[in-house]
Ligand binder design. Sequence first.
Ligand SMILES: [Zn+2]
Ligand SMILES: [Zn+2]
Length: 207
Amino acid sequence: MTRLLDIPADLPSAAAAYASVGIRVFRVRPDKAPFANCVRCRPPTEKRPNPFYIEHRPEECRCDARTCHGFHAATTDVALVRRWWAEQPDANIGAPCALNGWAVLDIDPRHGGDQSYSVLEQRVGCLPGTVMQLTGGGGLHILYRTPGVSLPGTLGPGIDVKHNGYILLAPSVHASGLRYRWSGHGRFLPPVVGWPAALTPRQRSAA
Ligand SMILES: [Zn+2]
Ligand SMILES: [Zn+2]
C-alpha cells in the first residue's frame, strides 16, 4: 500500500478510491456531525425516549445499515461505500485514525497551533517529513503511522493529536467552504513514517 493515489475531485469517487486501497472511510455530514444512528442503535436520552433501542455495544452492532456508531462503521467495502455516497453525494469523507493505523498531528493556526509547533520543534528537534493534508480551514494534518500506544490528546494550544478520533479526507468540504487537499500535488500516499518517538509519553512502552 505505498503507491500514490490520484484523488478524484468528487466525493463519491474519492471515497471509493480510498476504500479500494484499504483506507477505512465513513460518511460525515457537511456540518461534521456523523450520520445519525438508526432507531435500533440510538440510545434513549431523557429528552428523546426510544422504545425501539436494542442495547448493544458499537463493536457488537448487527445493524444492516452499517452507518450507525460513527467511525466504528468505517469500512473498506467499496460496494458499500458506493452505496453510501449514492445516497448522500455531498457527504464528507471521514477516516478513523487508529483504525487506519494513523496518528495525526492536527495543527490549527487559529488557536496558536503554528506557534506551538515551533515551540515543539525547538524542544524535540525537527519532526520527520511525512504525508500532510491542508484542511480547508487553514490548518494542517501531519500523518504518521500509529505507535500502538495511547497518546496525549494535545501537545499544546492549537495542536491536537488525532488518534482515537477521525479526520476528514480530501476533497471533503470544510465549514469555511474550502476543500481539504493533500499537500504536494494533491495525491495521497498512506503514511509510512512512524510517529516520532520524541512525542510518545515516556512512561509508556510499546504495546
Ligand atoms: Zn443501526
Ligand atoms: Zn448498532
